[in-house]
Ligand binder design. Structure first.
Ligand SMILES: Nc1ncnc2c1ncn2[C@@H]1O[C@H](COP(=O)(O)OP(=O)(O)OP(=O)(O)O)[C@@H](O)[C@H]1O
Ligand SMILES: [Mg+2]
Length: 368
């Protein structure tokens, strides 16, 4: 019995690095990842490397990670592991926003597609669809769904057709829709958002480290849409499977301010942060700009990892949302003086926090 307990203890350890100025290894454990985590730090301070180390360590505990990589930083790190898989939108992974919620009834499904497109607009242009655009898209989706498949080309054509043939007033709205979504109907973007690759979601839950490399999507808009679709698919799968005490997947979003921005109230990523813990998801976000992240996500994080930040405005945001004044009046000095690869880590178990030199010898292949 004692032996079993010891084995459990050893295996739930997540080695992060060494405590600064001490020759002591610093460990987190799997439990520390049950509430969502935030990784901050200015450009080049070590955020993505820390994320990669966490994914590697979670994998040693049999926990699968899915990393949304907007800039292509993870490919070179992860390719060295034989249990990692890299996905490239438009090549080995396609996701359609119109292939989700298939078990819902017809009208609810249409409503959800519309909601997804609206959230995409909010995230990308800080602007909702107008009421007129909303109605037009709803009608177009409704007719297309009755006929069979939907894609962006048919959606835009149908909006134009309805506007022109039936309600001439709506032509402007149809053109606004075409300018928002037109990119998704051409070339590699059309491919990336065509039909969802069969059983992709089941593959992503298979043991390993899965990296979705969005760098070839080039622009913010397609990267945002792809991220939203995958987030929805994961959320659906976890909810379908029901509550879980164990972490089933670590969902890591690098450069998360793009899709979890502060202007998006009750957006998808906030919802995931607040709700999916119960279903076995560990959400880990990274961003250079805490001020751009939804403050409720920062305020509720169980784990805070901050690399160096020089801007006092950015440091203030972390302090405001994640700290009470009892801890570290010298927080700003600590954060601004960290070196590359060092981070201040605060967990629920250790709210006073500690300065850690991230990485041990075993991780050196990830620090590139
Ligand atoms: N733990 C570490 N130990 C030693 N060097 C590190 C460590 N982490 C990062 N570095 C060095 O700093 C460089 C930048 O790290 P990384 O790409 O992780 O930063 P980042 O915060 O993700 O930057 P960006 O915001 O530009 O994406 C790495 O290429 C590596 O040389
Ligand atoms: Mg990075």
């Amino acid at each position: 019995m004692i032996k079993l307990f010891l084995i459990f203890l050893i295996y739930s350890v997540i080695k992060i690095g060494r405590i600064k100025n001490k020759d002591e290894i610093f460990n987190l454990n799997v439990e520390d990842f049950k509430r969502h985590a935030c990784i901050f730090g200015m450009t080049g301070s070590g955020k993505s490397t820390t994320m990669a180390i966490i994914a590697y360590e979670l994998m040693k505990n049999d926990i699968t990670s899915l990393i949304i990589d907007r800039t292509g930083e993870f490919r070179n790190k992860m390719i060295k592991l034989n249990y990692s898989r890299i996905y490239y939108p438009g090549y080995n992974l396609n996701l359609s926003p119109f292939d989700i919620w298939e078990e819902e009834n017809f009208e609810e499904r249409i409503q959800k597609y519309l909601w997804l497109l609206d959230e995409f607009c909010k995230i990308t242009w800080k602007e909702n669809l107008s009421p007129l655009q909303n109605r037009l898209i709803f009608q177009a989706l409704y007719r297309l769904a009755e006929k069979g498949g939907i894609d962006f080309t048919s959606l835009i054509n149908e909006c134009r057709r309805i506007a022109k043939e039936e309600l001439k007033l709506w032509i402007e709205a149809a053109e606004a829709i075409a300018s928002r979504f037109g990119l998704f109907s051409i070339g590699k973007f059309r491919k990336a958002f065509a039909n969802t690759s069969i059983s992709i979601i089941d593959n992503i839950f298979e043991k390993g480290i899965h990296v979705i490399d969005l760098s070839n999507l080039e622009y913010e808009a397609p990267k945002n849409l792809f991220s939203l679709i995958i987030s929805n698919l994961i959320m659906l799968k976890l909810k379908r499977e029901g509550f879980s005490n164990n972490i089933k997947i670590a969902f890591m979003i690098d450069e998360a301010h793009n899709i979890a921005g502060k202007d998006i109230k009750f957006g998808l990523i906030e919802k995931i942060a607040m709700e999916l813990r119960k279903y076995g998801m560990s959400l880990i976000i990274a961003s250079p700009n805490p001020s751009e992240i939804n403050p409720r996500i920062i305020a509720n994080a169980g784990l805070l990892i901050s690399h160096q930040i020089l801007s006092s405005d950015e440091i203030e945001v972390i302090k405001k949302h994640a700290y009470t004044s009892n801890y570290y009046s010298g927080f700003e000095e600590i954060i601004s003086n960290l070196k590359v690869g060092e981070a201040f880590i605060r967990s629920i178990r250790k709210p006073e926090g500690e300065i850690i030199k991230i990485g041990i010898d075993e991780h050196s292949f990830l620090i590139v």
